[in-house]
Design a protein. Structure first.
Length: 51
């Protein structure tokens, strides 16, 4: 799985859970995976505008 912001591969645990998070845009049911590095760099509002 790749980050929706930087397109780097996101690591997964042995249970196939991503090391990072998912965010949703308002009015959309699609979830976007975000890596921990992008979470540290950007605030939630900035992440939503970059999608």
């Amino acid at each position: 799985m790749k980050c929706s912001i930087c397109s780097k591969p996101i690591e997964e645990t042995f249970l196939k859970k991503i090391i990072g998070t998912y965010i949703k845009k308002l009015g959309s049911s699609k979830k976007y995976p975000i890596c921990p590095e992008c979470q540290k760099k950007f605030k939630k509002e900035e992440l939503l505008t970059k999608l």
